[in-house]
Design a protein around this ligand. Structure first.
Ligand SMILES: *Cc1c(COP(=O)(O)O)cnc(C)c1O
Length: 366
């Protein structure tokens, strides 16, 4: 990324961008989909997905099971959608049974989009996205399937075409290992068709505008050139390691962190091992303790950035991220810093027990 800003209207620019679009599709595992790269954070991808495919008043089915699924549903509401919101205890995943009932009951097909936050970063929960596809297929429901994969894409298994995902939202700063600044959306042909009837106002995030320019290797406005250079490098790294190996690495690091948590005698926010996220672990502090204090202490004393508890789980959980450009020593360093912090905050753990458990697992599986 450390290159002087390049001319994005240069005659040879498409030689860089066209292969970038083609290779980015491999990360989403799509052949028929179309990728869009916006200069925005991941949240911009939500706006793009909604405004390009829906009309004000359209019904959207959403579950609220963490701060990110909450915010996506809220953004639908602010954009004028009629959101059917299923409340779910935080720590659980997408409510498959409720979705099945609601979709089966909607024989008039008034629901136009179904939202799934594939990896709920606030609670460390990965939902079964493929199961939502099966539910839609079983009741032959034509709603678009939209997935927030900001903390999933490029880190855990995701299959755009095979799972019939219509809109997949991602961002640059999680599995793609870059600074913030790119909102990336992958769109199925079915969702591209839907945009022709969609009446939401759209301008900056307009698919048509972007597709027109992208077809020739250009952008309708100044792209985040430096980040695109970074994206090129990130995609090369992922493809060189091999996506399946990347997923296995994350599974292994996720398990190492979970072994440490168990050794500390603490519990995860995720309620079922089937839901455990391999990219982030949300850890409950014992009753009477404040997870905000843990996060603050880690940052101030050890320069360690843990994730805080968001909204409904504020004060209750802290989070360890384990995605992206990461190796064993980095995981062990984070666990060691977390142990010092827990002790400083009066949370009684045996010093070294979590690090030891993680080391043992990493050595066994080396
Ligand atoms: C980080 C994240 C977002 C928001 O992305 P921003 O880049 O902060 O806008 C959305 N969804 C999930 C699941 C996330 O983890």
């Amino acid at each position: 990324m450390d290159v002087p800003l390049e001319d994005h209207r240069a005659p040879d620019h498409p030689e860089f961008t066209l292969p970038l679009f083609a290779d980015l599709k491999k990360i989403f595992k799509t052949e028929s989909g179309q990728v869009f790269i916006f200069p925005s954070s991941g949240s911009g991808g939500w706006d793009a997905a909604i405004t390009n495919t829906l009309s004000p008043g359209d019904r959207v089915l959403a579950g609220r099971y963490g701060q990110f699924s909450h915010l996506w549903a809220e953004s639908c509401r602010r954009l004028g959608m009629d959101v059917e919101l299923v409340e779910v205890p935080w720590g659980e995943g997408v409510p498959l049974e409720r979705y099945a009932e609601i979709l089966a009951a909607d024989s008039a097909h008034t629901i136009k989009m179904v939202l799934v936050t594939h990896n709920e970063t606030a609670t460390g929960v990965t939902s079964d996205l493929a199961a939502v596809r099966r539910i839609l297929d079983d009741c032959k429901h034509p709603a678009l399937l939209a997935s927030d994969g900001v903390s999933a894409i490029g880190s855990i298994d995701f299959r755009m075409d095979e799972w019939g995902v219509d809109l997949a939202v991602s961002g640059s700063q999680k599995g793609l290992m870059l600074p913030t600044g790119l909102g990336i959306v992958c769109v199925s042909q079915k969702a591209l068709e839907a945009r022709k009837q969609a009446r939401c106002a759209r301008s900056y995030f307009d698919f048509d505008q972007m597709m027109g320019a992208n077809a020739t290797g250009y952008f309708p406005y100044t792209p985040a050139m430096t980040l695109l250079r970074g994206l090129r490098a990130a995609i090369d790294m992922l493809l060189e390691e091999g996506l399946e190996n990347v997923f296995a690495r994350h599974a292994r690091y996720g398990e190492a962190v979970r072994r440490a948590v168990a050794a500390w005698g603490l519990e995860l926010c995720a309620r079922d091992p089937k839901l455990y996220s391999n990219t982030v672990s949300a850890i409950l502090v014992p009753a009477g303790k404040d997870s905000g204090q843990v996060v603050k202490t880690a940052y101030e004393r050890y320069d360690l950035s843990l994730g805080g508890g968001l909204a409904d789980v504020a004060g209750k959980v802290f989070r360890i991220g384990h995605l992206g450009d990461l190796n064993e020593i980095m995981i062990l360093g984070a666990l060691a810093g977390t142990e010092m912090t827990l002790l400083d905050c009066g949370i009684e753990i045996v010093p070294g027990c979590g690090v030891g458990a993680a080391q043992a697992y990493l050595r066994e599986t080396a």
